[in-house]
Design a protein around this ligand. Sequence first.
Ligand code: A3P
Length: 312
Amino acid sequence: MARLDVMEVFHGISFPGHLHTQDSLQLALKFPFKDTDILVVSYPKSGTTWLQEIVTLISSRGDPHLSQTVPNWTRAPWLEHYYFASVLEASSITPRVITTHLPYHLLGPALQGSKAKVIYVSRNPKDVVVSFYHFHKMANFFPEAGSFPEFLNRFLEGTLPYGSWFDHVIGWTSQTATINNLLYITYEEMSLDLHGAIKRVSSFLQCPLVEDELNNCVKHSSFSSMKENKMINYTLVPEEIMDHSKGSFMRTGKIGDWKNMFTEEQNQYFKRVFKSKMQDCTLEFVWEKHNKEEPHANEQFPQKNTQNCEKS
Ligand code: A3P
């Protein structure tokens, strides 16, 4: 399955044809979740791989064997990818960890009534767009990235692959009443307090860890460990699919890298669009590591909204 220059448009959203077919997308919407399933949900470049690693390590009580011997796309496969059904069938890993980038308005119905544990990870969208831009340059299954200003416009319009970041985040994070078990976490929370974030995820998964196990999870999900782990750093993917000479998947792993890319004008434009699209949303984002950058109410240090949204 190469199809590197094919994009599948599904419900108005484009998905790389290298990984998706109309059938695989359609099947995802009808997936019969088990109550024991763990579902990792994100918009691309928001910390998906990091959360996959954390969940694998928690389920292994800090033992890195599984995360260092089985690629992430096999141990936490994407629900909507064409190979999903065969990978799941061949896997004996329990609990099943499933990943998805599908928006809530498409996948929500399949989760109705399910007790599957859903973890939604988001990241400040300025860092998302920069990370996505670099990823487009190395991943040959995306259309040409074009210039950064063009790419940024497409991100803000919601016309990039996987659709609108705004719709994705608003869709999933406003579902605490309709999804039984939903944990909302941010990339920045994991970055600022990995130990605390892992503890929170492990308690949500009802898999409390002793301090040594927790410390092992922290050690093996650090940026430096993951960058070296071939099962998660995507270096197993052949050059014709991901051009490793153009960058690495584990790129900077930092909060606030957008500052190296955005002009002041782009930043002002971004803030205007963000403010208008997120006006009804109470989520808060961290935009840089040390300073609270912007006075806008939605852009302060996250406390309240990164707490466990699990429905009692
Ligand atoms: P950057 O490109 O900004 O470095 P996803 O898995 O959703 O595609 O997200 C990829 C982004 O998460 C990349 O961001 C990658 O470096 C970052 N990332 C992955 N693991 C990380 C970790 N352990 N610590 C910090 N960042 C991590």
